[in-house]
Design a protein. Sequence first.
Length: 178
Amino acid sequence: MSKREIHNVTIECVQGDIADQPDLDAVANAANAQLRMGGGVAGAIHRKAGPALEEECRPLAPIRPGEAVITGGHNLPNRHVIHCLGPVYGRDNPSDELLADCYRNALLLAEKNHLFSVGFPAISTGAFGFPLEPAARIAVNTVAHEAPKLLSVKLVRFILFSRDDLAVFDRILGKTGQ
Ligand code: AR6
């Protein structure tokens, strides 16, 4: 686990489950365009939130790569879920920019809703095939770049499923802003 303070925003990386972060105002979902249950992160979030989350999502879908929408958290321990559609690597181009858009748009929604803390999984790095190292660099750099503009959001946590993924995020966060 690592932690950095960048322009008064704490950015940290932990190993864990995105659906088990009770101290965060919102968690981001690595969603599909239809905002349905799915596997991976979307499966974990919808399973815990319950069927009312899919119902709330229905009128908001479909969303485009890079886009984000916000809903309630339902049975999750978080007030909100911010659903991000990451790019499918090699199909949705330019994938680097679309992935950065996800993090930027999610933070914008968190600001609009006056949230203090947001958790992100490694969007697009599972079923959507984005290689972890460049995806982690985009994730960390985008949040660090937005940090000076954030008035409400003061804690951003990256929640990585595996120890190997955490090690990559830790290394990149350690070099950020140096
Ligand atoms: N908590 C934290 N990270 C997780 C969890 C979890 N519970 N489960 C998986 N990961 P993915 P994507 C990691 O596939 O690539 C879905 O089916 C996982 O190891 O969830 O954006 C949707 O319905 C990987 O590193 O998201 C979409 O169709 C990362 O989270 C599609 O997959 C993202 O993996 C989205 O694909």
